[in-house]
Design a protein around this ligand. Structure first.
Ligand SMILES: Nc1ncnc2c1ncn2[C@@H]1O[C@H](COP(=O)(O)OP(=O)(O)OP(=O)(O)O)[C@@H](O)[C@H]1O
Ligand SMILES: [Mg+2]
Length: 290
């Protein structure tokens, strides 16, 4: 059961109308039935030393529930990538804990750490681009190859994920022969092929046009709803965020606000409205600053 802590720790509380309160209460009931997958506790990250110090995360606490599609929003420089990088173990937090299914990930070493990075976490980061000299199929199976699974052994999984993400026709093409949308869906297939517990996505639609953004978001939403895959997605885009079941808003390394969608009855359009309202508060009146 999720506690109310994220709300209590938020810097900003809206005064929701009664309709919105009903939506959030129902969303709480929905969320109460889910188990914790990940707990982030009082996480801080300070870059640099002395005069060059930047406190990117200033003690952030929240839970990620199994099977939820969690959005992370906030202005540029607010700490979103830092947060995801700490969870991905690409960065070491300065203090605080990240707990996966009850185990503190900072204690993971050797094979356990390799398993966490390779099998329990899937990354869809812009820096993790496809390798140009490998075909889509080879790029997708790269994480499996690192764990000794051949493309042949994985053929069934590749076919299933490729048809889900609509990339079967490009499986034998090289990245230079694919569209931007296809490349990003191949990257999503690579992130999902090892069936990770959680998919971490940092602005997965950032470089895509609106048509390809919609395709990718629809696919991610399908993976979330049909496979109960937990997704944590950073986005600047209210439209992308409206696909999520919950959104954490970050400001200057702290939790600013949280929105929960009543996934059973609240439309994406209604949720979008609520997101834009918080974005306006967060960005001082303009949604474009995010
Ligand atoms: N390697 C680094 N060394 C020093 N400071 C850094 C480093 N990486 C990030 N920062 C700083 O930490 C803060 C948070 O950065 P972060 O990349 O997490 O922001 P973000 O929310 O992902 O922003 P954006 O939306 O622009 O991607 C910023 O002030 C940034 O300048
Ligand atoms: Mg970032």
């Amino acid at each position: 059961m999720i506690d109310e802590k994220p709300y209590n720790d938020c810097k900003w509380h809206s005064a929701p109308s009664s309709d919105k309160m009903v939506a959030e209460r129902k969303a709480n009931l929905f969320m109460d039935t889910r188990k914790d997958l990940l707990q982030v506790e009082s996480l801080t990250k300070t870059y640099g030393k002395g005069a060059n110090q930047t406190e990117a995360l200033k003690g952030i606490s929240f839970r990620v529930l199994e099977g939820e599609f969690l959005g992370i929003m906030g202005a540029s420089g607010s700490g979103k990538t830092t947060l995801l990088s700490c969870i991905a173990t690409m960065l070491k937090p300065t203090s605080g804990k990240i707990i996966l299914r009850g185990q503190d990930i900072s204690g993971f070493r050797g094979g356990k750490l390799a398993d966490y990075r390779g099998k329990e976490i899937g990354y869809l980061f812009q820096e993790f681009e496809l390798l140009d000299n490998l075909t889509a199929r080879e790029n997708i199976t790269l994480p499996l190859a690192l764990h000794g699974v051949t493309a042949r052994q994985a053929e069934q999984e590749i076919q299933a994920i490729a048809s889900l993400l609509d990339i079967v026709p490009v499986l034998d093409k090289f990245p230079s022969q694919m569209s931007g949308g296809q490349k990003q869906r191949v990257a999503a297939a690579r992130a999902l092929i090892s069936d990770p517990d959680i998919l971490l996505a940092d602005e997965p639609t950032g470089a895509l046009d609106s048509k390809n953004s919609k395709i990718l978001l629809d696919k991610l939403a399908t993976v979330n709803s049909t496979q109960n895959k937990t997704i944590m997605m950073v986005t600047h885009d209210a439209n992308a965020a409206s696909y999520c079941s919950r959104i954490l808003f970050i400001q200057d390394g702290q939790l600013f606000h949280e929105l929960r969608r009543n996934v059973e009855s609240e439309s994406t359009a209604d949720f979008y409205e609520r997101i834009v309202t918080v974005m306006a508060q967060l960005g001082g009146g303009s949604a474009n600053v995010l």
